[in-house]
Design a protein around this ligand. Structure first.
Ligand SMILES: Cc1cc2nc3c(=O)[nH]c(=O)nc-3n(C[C@H](O)[C@H](O)[C@H](O)COP(=O)(O)O)c2cc1C
Length: 236
């Protein structure tokens, strides 16, 4: 199984997103997956110009020959793609959204009705990868992923795919905090992430049990908010 991660955090290797991805991929790799971890911040990705040439003049190919040529190939040749992004303004990062916009050459422009009777574009390829989403937010509650959850499901629908795993970490900034007391709590969370990676390979999805464990706060929300405020006071 080929799993490709597209990390949309501008912080790249220093991101909390990357901390989560690293553990998820460790589990997947141990279960036998061939994994690749791509940092979008390192890539040249122009904004989609909306010319539709990728649907008309050069079907399936964008007029821009930037790094998306290579990324589209990696996307479509994967069995599973991981959309990995921080929450920015209640949504995916701008970097991730730019990447998502540039996925349109992967479908054919013609309209069809999906199984729910809603219009979408038809397939250009016989097979599309399944989708896993990994995201973290600054605020503690899991409700901050409402928009991303809906967006990723809509992207999956547009891409003739399905979401086989969702990992949302409210209060994700805690993952980068080095504190003795936090170490075992974060280690327990990382273990769950590795389990999720393993499940995707062995079972084709993240189980409901693992998902609900992953949703639990690492520390109480009040404690997280108090710690965050203290940090802002110190940094300001
Ligand atoms: C421009 C910007 C917008 C943000 N918007 C939100 C937001 O709407 N809700 C939230 O909970 N956190 C928000 N955050 C905080 C990030 O989600 C948080 O810092 C996260 O841990 C960053 O993840 P990363 O290290 O993977 O990039 C925002 C951060 C930035 C820089």
């Amino acid at each position: 199984m080929k799993i490709t991660v597209f990390n949309g955090s501008p912080r790249g290797k220093k991101s909390n997103t990357h901390r989560m991805v690293t553990e998820f991929l460790a589990g997947a790799e141990k279960a036998g997956a061939d994994v690749e971890n791509i940092f979008l911040i390192k890539k040249k990705i122009k904004f989609c110009h909306g010319c539709f040439d990728c649907w008309t003049k050069t079907p399936g190919k964008c007029i821009f020959h930037d790094d998306m040529d290579e990324l589209l190939e990696k996307f479509i040749k994967s069995d599973v793609v991981v959309i990995a992004t921080p929450v920015y303004v209640d949504n995916v990062s701008g970097l991730m959204k730019t990447f998502m916009d540039r996925l349109i050459p992967l479908v054919d422009p013609h309209f069809e009705k999906d199984e729910k009777g809603e219009t979408r574009h038809t397939k250009r390829y016989a097979k599309y990868p399944k989708i896993v989403v990994i995201s973290n937010s600054g605020f503690g509650e899991q409700s901050h992923f409402q928009v991303i959850q809906l967006l990723v499901r809509r992207v999956a629908r547009n891409m003739h795919s399905e979401v086989i795993g969702e990992i949302y970490r409210g209060g994700g900034e805690i993952l980068g905090v080095k504190h003795m007391m936090l170490k075992p709590l974060v280690a327990r969370y990382y273990k769950l992430l590795r389990k999720a990676g393993k499940e995707v390979v062995n079972e084709g999805k993240i189980s409901g049990e693992t998902r609900s464990k992953l949703e639990k706060p690492i520390i109480p929300l009040e404690q997280y908010a108090a710690g965050a405020n203290k940090r802002w006071d110190k940094l300001a």
